[in-house]
Design a binder for this molecule. Sequence first.
Ligand code: C2E
Ligand code: MG
Ligand code: MG
Length: 415
Amino acid sequence: MKETADWTYRLHRIEIKKGDLVLSDQESATCAYIVETGAIAVEDRASSTPNYTVGPGEMFGEYGIIGDAVHYSTARALEDSILMVVTQEEIEEKSAASDPMVHLFLNFFMDRCQSLTVRAIGSEEQNLKFHSRRQHLKESLQSTQEEIVSLFRLKAELERAIENDEFVLHFQPIISLRGGFTAGFEALIRWQHPERGLLSPFHFIDTAEKTNMITPIGLWVFKEACLHSLKFNETAANGQSPEVFISVNVSARQFEDDKLIENFRAVLEETGADPSKIQLEITESVLMTDADRAKEMLYELKETGFQLVLDDFGTGYSSLSYLHKFPIDKLKIDRSFTHSMLDDQDSLEIVRAISGLSHNMDIEIVAEGIETMEQLSLYRDLDCHYGQGFLIAKPLPAEDVYGILGTRMKLSGQI
Ligand code: C2E
Ligand code: MG
Ligand code: MG
């Protein structure tokens, strides 16, 4: 899937009269040009085609984008023309903000071009300047190079972790704020790293997303959650306790995979898990990136039988009114609101508005990150449906889940 580009350009235009010179050979360079209208004749010493004409949409004077370079061409307007100025500064900023691999490639490639040109037609002084710039470039690219190397090292480690079965799921209870009983669990991945010990997702989910390893890891999480759902519910049924759901995080990157739904369905078939006992937690970015595609996929997932939960709600950009377009069953209020709502009136108002409106929209609320009894009481006063947080329980290894199936938390003095 192609992401929609969201670039902004600091466009600056110049008008050139027919016959005027735009740049000349050996002039020190600070920008390149894109022709908007008109035509420019270029005499280029650095090119295998020494004379050419550029027209609308074409670029010339590209040496101007390389720091400390000089032009090796002369350019003159063949007719009245309008040119867009592309500054070195703007390209450097954009290159630095892009994918580190693109950033490295651009810099190495520009360095290679400049090196060839300077060696072939540059002066002694230009040669010296180029070599001092190369030293500076080496230093400035060091952190990008390290970033790329460590990203790929971690990717290889993640591949190995899947093969060696080093991931585990922990389960954090989610209780009903109405009755206090354990309604379900959020499945949270951990990595039992052979040298670094048990790692939280903070250390690897981001890399898994950047390297697309989130697709196989996410599928592993889903399958493992299905298998645990069967075991937890079998134990619950044997003990005549209420059934429980398992909530699985599905990252936005996984939605880019056309096979996501097909793969989930295959796992349901293979394991025999009941999709009505599985919830999928997605984030607002899924809805924002390609709303039509997201809508279609979410309806298909609903049709398959899953419940859909919008995680970390309030941190993104979607508004409640936008939500009615999507088949969302539950909203998880981000834990930053839970943290601040007792001291900060604005946070409290947001939480109040979210819970009020979602009641009207028939969407259930899950309050995340409850750490104190005061926070829990406030969510109960706002009539939120579910609560999750360290006050109730930390994420637990699967073997500790069996002991709490069917238990109830004492929510206040009266219960
Ligand atoms: P999340 O989905 O918002 O999960 C809740 C996070 O809040 C968990 O962190 C949980 O341990 C933590 N938490 C729960 N209660 C409290 C509390 O009372 N106070 C505080 N301060 N924190 C609390 P964890 O396990 O480190 O997971 C972090 C994030 O990693 C998750 O945020 C989720 O975005 C991602 N993640 C975890 N497992 C998976 C997974 O299997 N797949 C994907 N794609 N992402 C995952
Ligand atoms: Mg979550
Ligand atoms: Mg969350």
